[in-house]
Design a protein around this ligand. Structure first.
Ligand code: F6P
Length: 322
């Protein structure tokens, strides 16, 4: 293999640029050329490609978003679309790919490897941290710190007005962000999709904490924890208790911004490891970090197996929220 491709796909995550930089520079060290594919699978089908040299990735380590742009492609979900993409890769002389993204990206990558014979190594880049085979995904730490800063600010106003705030964080199917942000921000309640929710019990808990002398509370809600997110949960709770509450949806603010040191280091390490793996293997794996070591997991397992949230930390958050 003389030339590899790199692309970002799905939701952007802080640290994707640091991963692109690591891919390009590690490839250079191994004597491989790198082609950047723009707009994920959509751009791959259209042949949107740019050569990436070591200087092209200067000054991006600290930048959020992705210089390669990202997209979600409907056409790539069809076999015809994937065949078009594979033909573009072949025409460009690309012998293997580094795919930076989340579970949707890796489902596509799996098909590209199995069906079209293109070796792909996945690098976990998503703020959700919901991939099996890595303790952390690139972007998660930054997203947690961004949301935490917002929650600290909201706590000031919650305390001043003696109110309850329902704060919605990202995580359609997973509560990793909600749990870490909730624990670090001292939330009174953390609502995650992994646990059944009882609005009546939450209402009673809020009343009980008022009786104990609390004048304000923070309820952190993962967007997928309850139908309608934080607003839906508040409406359900209001059926049981009258509460002076406000809803704040943090939304895409969690996806932007300069990556933390932790995310930059993870991205640098995994981006480089992905190129090394591609140079010596047939792909079909995701490179992650498990207990401080680089680890490889078949893409199929990374997307199909479920990584659970840390139940011990969830229990601890309840003990400490007295
Ligand atoms: O997967 C990352 C993520 O930010 C999720 O947490 C969220 O549910 C989703 O993407 C939002 O997607 P979009 O930016 O397409 O609205």
């Amino acid at each position: 293999m003389k030339r590899i491709g790199v692309f970002t796909s799905g939701g952007d995550a802080p640290g994707m640029n640091a991963a692109i930089r690591a891919v390009v520079r590690q490839a250079h060290a191994l004597g491989l050329e790198v082609i950047g594919i723009r707009r994920g699978y959509a751009g791959m089908i259209l042949g949107e490609m740019v050569p990436l040299g070591v200087r092209d990735v200067a000054n991006i380590l600290q930048r959020g978003g992705t210089i390669l742009l990202t997209a979600r492609s409907q056409e790539f979900l069809t076999e015809e679309g994937r065949a078009k993409a594979a033909a573009r890769l072949k025409a460009a002389g690309i012998g293997g790919l580094v795919a930076i993204g989340g579970d949707g990206t890796f489902r596509g990558a799996m098909r590209l490897t199995e069906e079209q014979g293109v070796p792909v190594v996945g690098v976990p880049g998503t703020i959700d941290n919901d991939l099996y085979g890595t303790d952390y995904t690139i972007g998660f730490d930054t997203a947690v710190n961004t949301a935490l800063e917002a929650i600290d600010r909201i706590r000031d106003t919650a305390a001043s007005h003696e109110r309850v705030f329902f704060i919605e964080v990202m995580g359609r199917d997973s509560g990793f962000i909600a749990l870490d942000v909730g624990l670090a921000g001292g939330a009174e309640v953390i609502a995650v999709p992994e646990e059944p929710l009882d609005p009546k019990a939450i209402a009673e808990g809020l009343l009980e904490s008022q009786r104990r002398g609390k004048t304000s509370s923070i309820v952190v809600v993962a967007e997928g924890a309850y139908p309608g997110g934080a607003a839906g949960l508040l409406a359900a709770i209001k059926e049981h208790v009258r509460v002076e509450a406000r809803v704040t949806v943090l939304g895409h603010i969690q996806r932007g911004g300069s990556p933390t040191a932790k995310d930059r280091i993870l991205a640098s390490r995994l981006g480089a490891a992905a190129v090394e793996a591609l140079a010596r293997s047939t792909g079909g794996v995701m490179v992650g970090e498990v207990e401080g070591e680089v680890a490889f997991t078949p893409l199929k397992e990374a997307v199909e197996r479920k990584k659970d949230i840390n139940r011990v930390l969830l229990g601890l958050s309840r003990v400490l929220a007295l």
